[in-house]
Design a protein around this ligand. Sequence first.
Ligand SMILES: [Zn+2]
Length: 282
Amino acid sequence: MPELPEVETVRRGLNLTTLSQPIVGGDVLLERTIAYPSFTTDFLDGLRGRAIAQWQRRGKYLLAELVDATHQPAGYLGVHLRMTGQLRWLSQDDPLQKHCRVRLFFPENRELRFVDQRTFGQMWWVPSDRPPASIMTGLQALGPEPLSDDFSVDYFAKWLRDRQRPIKNALLDQSLVAGIGNIYADEALFLSGIRPQTLCARLKSRQIQRLYEAIRDVLQTAIAANGTTFSDFRDVQGTNGNYGGVAWVYNRDGEPCRVCSAPILRLKMAGRSAHYCQACQR
Ligand SMILES: [Zn+2]
């Protein structure tokens, strides 16, 4: 599943390709990809003639600021990639992918294509008189951006203090901090030497400090590598990221720890796999 660094990589690619040209039409191949409005014709009507001024990211959500022909604000296009969603910048003549769900047409035969094998991905059109969070309701519950000043070590420690749940599950909770998923939670816990099943309330301040720094380091490293090579993540040009080759524990169960050579273990937690080293993490 794409996490913050992968979505950020997509956002940067979209800002280099899709801006300042009107959306001239589109085609919805799978109706339920459009989470709002209810009718796909309304979705396409809302976008037609609008141009994208800028792509923003909030957690794992992408938000395109739309403008009309006179450059006045004209609402938003929202996208969540979920498990397998990909936004691809292509020519309209490029062969249609088997899992293509939505096509948005641009001048000069260009196209922004939403390809999504597992079909959990979502798109929204937000009219200009509505705040995005009133329609993309998942935005309401998001905690701070992990690389912003709002995510401070004090905030982090306070949130964790009384919680009797495993730290791995807390890191996946988007209301604690936005954008972290299974990959970067496992990596940050390894880097800070904390086992995923440790209860939040049992963490000592120096562990919280280390984890806080590890979260920011691992996300920055992954953004610099343009996201992971894991799963079927692709940027808008269809290129895989570079982070995967250096993963410490994620998806490496049974392989030797890169630090101590002990086999990496896998544990089921809240329906997800946690990967960790029993020797390096306490
Ligand atoms: Zn180890």
